[in-house]
Design a protein around this ligand. Sequence first.
Ligand SMILES: Cc1cc2nc3c(=O)[nH]c(=O)nc-3n(C[C@H](O)[C@H](O)[C@H](O)COP(=O)(O)OP(=O)(O)OC[C@H]3O[C@@H](n4cnc5c(N)ncnc54)[C@H](O)[C@@H]3O)c2cc1C
Length: 438
Amino acid sequence: MQQTFEIVVIGGGPAGIAAAVAASQSSKRVAVLDDNPRVGGQIWRGGPGLAQPKAAARWFYQLETANVRVFNGARVIHADASARTLQAETTREIFPIGYQNLILATGARELFLPFPGWTLPNVMGAGGFQALVKSGLPIAGKRVVVAGTGPLLLAVAAYLCDHGANVARICEQASSSSLAAFALRMLAFPGKLREALSLRYKSRFAKYATQSWPVSAHGKISLESITISESGRLREIPCDYLACAFHLIPNTELPRMLGCHLNQEAFVETDELQQTLHQGIYCAGEPTGIGGVELSTIEGRIAGHAAANDKRAAAKLFPARARYRKLAAAMKQAFRLRPELATLAKPDTFLCRCEDVTLHQVRQHNSWKSAKLHTRCGMGPCQGRICGAAANFLFGWNIESARPPVFPARCESLAAISSLTSSLTTETEPPQFHGGFQ
Ligand SMILES: Cc1cc2nc3c(=O)[nH]c(=O)nc-3n(C[C@H](O)[C@H](O)[C@H](O)COP(=O)(O)OP(=O)(O)OC[C@H]3O[C@@H](n4cnc5c(N)ncnc54)[C@H](O)[C@@H]3O)c2cc1C
């Protein structure tokens, strides 16, 4: 039977938790759905109980004591804006949830760019690797290189050092002058600066190289070494793991499927109350712009208050949001990707890791849609989350469509949602039934 809530939040990261807590201060019925076993999102992964920062513990306490129904392990795979209904899949079932107002707080993922050897075992996304270590992967004594760009590198390196890894190098593609300019901007955010210095202190035995990025990864069965470019010179570094992230990109599949408008930079467009162009659909956190945990929670609170129709409480938070948006703008500027990164992949490098489609095969096409239709690029289990973002960076292609299910789903779930969607039968793109579903 369908349960209906006045306010439903998708995503239990900092933005979603803050949105739910703020919304619950009204008398409205509020629910949060998150696909992880516990709330916390990327940064507070593992949820309450684990050693977490004080801010996280406060938010977990507020959520636990608020009148909010939390659905853990529930992944929203379909959302129908006209019926105001979601379909969420757990390991056991698929169930509908009705809503009056919806808050999308679906977060971000790391951008992973192709280079020769990037598909070797033990070459991983930096955040994904950190999540594996958090789940118990032993790394004490392992040699790790952390590479890419953005503050995530330092956070991951510090975490790995804390857990006994031998972090050989942190390769940051940005130049030292960009980083110096960013550090100056951070003087206005002493808390963030202290946090960055503390992360660097924890990872102090790892060399932090600027203007440095991976060129190729080598190994017979799994990773043995990587070649990096460092200030214009090539250098080979032996390592057991490469943790790689070229900053973050927003998870906008669900907002796009609901018809929310994206701006030129592919972030969800919202008004000052975090409402999308759809009445009653709000968006908060990383999908509206990569800005870090503080901005995510502030936007979450604004969206929560606004969805509960408390515009006055929402408006009080506008100055704090404006302040952290300045930091987000400085971060964007500092960690802008250099064009050389688009030249690393060779013609025989796989662009689509799921369907083994090479760069050469994809290059024969002039759009994402055409490449997908002819090569199955983007139609494997990740459904284009990795290669689509890479193609966007390499070719400037617009990754237009987002269709249900937004994640690979079980057949029974497909049957349940097929009654709700006409798009599976009316879209001109090929249905994704073969590789796209588990
Ligand atoms: C891999 C990774 C690791 C990071 N590690 C750090 C770190 O160590 N330190 C740091 O300062 N910052 C880190 N960040 C950045 C930090 O996560 C963000 O600044 C902040 O957490 C954003 O909060 P959010 O709520 O907007 O998104 P998130 O924290 O990403 O939360 C979004 C949540 O929504 C869930 N979700 C998405 N789609 C659905 C769906 N369809 N159905 C159900 N649930 C869904 C996600 O699983 C996730 O739990 C990391 C980011 C990433 C991507």
